[in-house]
Ligand binder design. Sequence first.
Ligand code: ATP
Length: 307
Amino acid sequence: MPSFLLEVHEIRKHYGALEALRGVTFVVEEGELFGLLGPNGAGKTTLISILSGLLTPDAGRAVVAGRPIGDARSEIGLVPQDLAIYSELTARENLEFFGQLYGLRGATLRRRADEVLEAIALTDRADQRASTFSGGMKRRLNLGAALMHRPRLLLLDEPTTGVDPQSRNRIFEEVRRLNAAGMTIVYTSHYMEEVQSLCPRVGILDAGALIACNTVARLLRLLPGQIRFRIPHASDRLIHRLNDLPEVTWRRINDQRFEVSAYDVPHSLLRLASVFFELGVEPTEIEANEPNLERVFLHLTGRELRD
Ligand code: ATP
């Protein structure tokens, strides 16, 4: 039986008349890097706040390591969307403050702060105030604060908001490293590229409902990709061969341009290349587009993911 570190059952939350979460259910196995993708206002922060014990749901329950959230706080690390660090304290003082909240003291606390400073690449800025840091450095410190007590489950709420590309990559690297070292991570974002490249499995949240929950590979298979090419003088033989290609559909965009739709784009591209080669045809243009989570979201909701 798989060991679920996080179990979320039928969570509901209202703010007045607004139904922010409409019965959300999913599980995350120990060691997973799970993405929670959704547009602004989908309910991600509300859900993360419930999973970290900051907010109580109206109905449903969440269980971490077999215990209700209230009894499992020491297993959970939260990296909130809004920075939770103190700008007048140094990086080290911030980390030590958060470590103390979880009961770390003395040499253990100092050693752990050193390790975390190293991990978030702030060792050389350890004794400078957070107010002097760039946005990306503050984000890294925000992450570090959640790591001090070595949580088994790390909840990241849009950790790359307003971050420059270099710090963003540092955060990705750190998330991957923590996950490779065995930490279970729930990563929320409204950037589909981030979630697609970082998380093997994702849940898609829209208007308070989890409208899909699967591996990225399976979600992408919901839609075909397209191969477009241009051939100035297409012969009847080429048309026959296109008709014979298995597992694809194709259409002629105009006299010279063609579009092939295929669920396995690399495979179909190879077959197409061998047809061109056999017939001695050279396309003057060729381009392949595989589906992405953005298009999956559009397919599921009829709307763009971006606002
Ligand atoms: P974002 O990416 O913009 O932070 P989100 O997916 O995290 O969005 P939430 O912050 O959970 O979404 O908000 C879900 C819905 O609940 C939104 O319509 C929001 O306006 C509303 N909401 C959130 N917090 C409150 C609150 N304290 N009082 C009233 N409405 C709220």
